[in-house]
Design a protein around this ligand. Structure first.
Ligand code: GRF
Length: 206
C-alpha cells in the first residue's frame, strides 16, 4: 500500500472529529459510544468528563483507554470545563446521562454541536428532575402505552433542544421502572452511536 504523504495524513487527522462525552452515572451509553468509534476514521472519543468523581463511567473509560476529566460544579459554571474542551480541540459534545444543566456559555460555544439522549418520548416526561427512574415512574404513572428515546440538540433548557431522532418501544402490563429502563437502555445502545455518527458525518460534509 502506498504510504500517505505527511500532508494527506494531517488532512485525515483533521477530518476525524473529536468527541467529548459528559456523563454523571454508570456510563453504559458512554461505553457503547467509545467502542463504536474505536478505530473509526469518522470520529474518536477523546475525553470522558463528569461531575461525580465516583461515577461508574470513569471505570468504563479507563478500561477502554479513554482519558477522564472530573470537574466540580463550580468549574462547570466558571468556564474551566469549556477551556478544557477547547484545549482538546473537541468538535462535538455528547451528553450521556449527564445530570447538570449545561451553562449558557458552554451551550453557545458548541451551538449545534452538543447532543443529549433522554429516556422518553419528549416532550413528554422531560425537564428538571426528570432523569433515570423518575422518568420511567412518570411514564408508568401516566398509563402511557409506549415510551422510547429522544436524541436532541442541547440548548439552555433541560430537554428542550431540536429533536434529531426518536425510537419507540411498548410499555408492557406489569412493567416496573426497572423493566422499562432495561428496554429503553437497549434502544439507547442500539441507536445513540449511529445517530452521533450521522451527526458527525453531517459536520464533516456540510
Ligand atoms: C440513560 O437512560 C439516558 O437516557 C439518561 O441517563 C441514562 C444514562 O444511562 N440521560 P447510562 O449511564 O449511560 O447507563
Amino acid at each position: 500500500m502506498p504510504r500517505r504523504s505527511a500532508l494527506a495524513r494531517s488532512a485525515h487527522l483533521r477530518s476525524v472529529k473529536r468527541i467529548a462525552i459528559l456523563a454523571s452515572g454508570s456510563g453504559s451509553n458512554a461505553q457503547r459510544l467509545i467502542a463504536h468509534f474505536q478505530g473509526s476514521s469518522t470520529a474518536e472519543v477523546v475525553l470522558v468528563a463528569g461531575d461525580r468523581p465516583d461515577a461508574g463511567v470513569f471505570a468504563r473509560a479507563w478500561d477502554l483507554g479513554v482519558p477522564s476529566y472530573r470537574f466540580t460544579p463550580a468549574q462547570l459554571q466558571d468556564g474551566t470545563v469549556l477551556r478544557e474542551l477547547r484545549a482538546l480541540r473537541v468538535d462535538l459534545v455528547v451528553l450521556a446521562g449527564f445530570l447538570r444543566l449545561v451553562p449558557t456559555e458552554l451551550v453557545q460555544a458548541f451551538q449545534g454541536r452538543m447532543v443529549n439522549i433522554h429516556p422518553a418520548l419528549l416532550p413528554r416526561h422531560g425537564g428538571r428532575g426528570m432523569w433515570g427512574h423518575h422518568v420511567h415512574s412518570a411514564v408508568l404513572a401516566a398509563g402511557d402505552t409506549e415510551s422510547g428515546i429522544t436524541i436532541h440538540r442541547v440548548n439552555e433548557h433541560y430537554d428542550e433542544g431540536e429533536h434529531l431522532f426518536q425510537a419507540r418501544c411498548p410499555v408492557l402490563p406489569g412493567d416496573t421502572p426497572e423493566t422499562l429502563a432495561a428496554r429503553i437502555h437497549e434502544l439507547e445502545h442500539a441507536h445513540y452511536p449511529i445517530v452521533v455518527e450521522s451527526l458527525v458525518n453531517s459536520m464533516r460534509h456540510p
